[in-house]
Design a protein around this ligand. Structure first.
Ligand code: NAD
Length: 245
């Protein structure tokens, strides 16, 4: 579904991002896995030996326009284009308002919002010049319902939805589609570390009766990144088993 396309996946070293990178590779794309450190990027690349030649690693500070522009230019130089940007890197928090420091609030906003802006701007400049592209952002179900602690995290995902809808409208004229995927509780390292009893209790509250798997989210990314979604832009696609909170 993505043969001949080149994608950058931020936060692609593990969890949902790694599943997206693998799904894109399985579907023929060239992929640049973006991580925060060379060490974690190398570890991820080592898990994908069958795709050597179609996968590379980059580790810019994704809040730095200069570092991101240089990294994305290196991707275009290696593979010839940059067609898909998966803005997936993100951190969460459950700190109560009374304990929230300004540093923690800024850290969440920097990675979850500012980095999406910086990476989207750099990618869109390349995509516009080459005639189009696709951007998919990782939102969250808490970007629709909020959550009862860690207010910075849902606030950041509401901002991601706002960027998604606004940039879909702004960039349509450049043939760039912008969408988001809003996962529910998904079995990444964080969820895998929870006691099974707690996972069972969470699952019981989800109409489809289970937490999501990274593959469930990656499949939505594949759809939105492919030509199957050629008339879909400005959408936040919930992939949460109809969970309501
Ligand atoms: P994870 O912690 O397993 O992975 C996060 C990724 O972000 C990692 O690859 C990490 O290297 C990267 N990252 C963290 N800090 C970074 C930094 N400073 N610079 C660059 N990259 C950095 O988390 P995940 O669950 O796979 O989350 C991926 C995305 O999905 C996030 O945006 C998260 O908010 C969202 N999400 C996750 C869930 C869930 O239940 N797992 C639910 C809803 C939304």
């Amino acid at each position: 579904m993505l043969t001949g396309k080149t994608a950058v996946v931020t936060g692609g070293t593990r969890g949902i991002g790694f599943a997206i990178a693998k799904k894109f590779l399985e579907n023929g794309a060239n992929v640049a896995i973006a991580g925060s450190r060379q060490e974690s990027v190398d570890k991820a690349l080592a898990k994908l030996p069958e795709y050597a030649g179609r996968v590379m690693g980059i580790w810019p500070d994704i809040c730095s326009p200069e570092e991101v522009a240089a990294a994305f230019a290196s991707v275009k130089e290696k593979f010839g284009s940059l067609d898909i940007l998966a803005n997936n890197a993100g951190i969460s928090s459950r700190t109560s308002l009374y304990d929230y420091t300004i540093e923690e609030f800024s850290k969440i906003m920097d990675l979850n919002v500012k980095a999406v802006f910086v990476c989207t701007q750099a990618a869109a400049r390349i995509m516009k010049a080459q005639g189009g592209g696709v951007i998919v952002n990782t939102s969250s179900m808490v970007g629709e319902y909020g959550q009862p602690s860690g207010c910075g995290y849902p606030a950041s995902k509401y901002a991601v939805n706002g960027l998604t809808r606004s940039l879909a409208r702004e960039l349509a004229k450049d043939n760039i589609r912008v969408n988001a995927v809003a996962p529910g509780v998904t079995r990444t390292d964080m969820v895998a570390a929870l006691p099974q009893e707690l996972v069972d209790r969470i699952s019981a509250g989800i109409p489809l009766g289970r937490v999501g798997e990274p593959l469930d989210i990656a499949n939505a990314y594949l759809y939105l990144s492919s030509d199957l979604a050629s008339y879909v832009t400005g959408v936040t696609l919930r992939v949460d088993g109809a969970a309501m909170t």
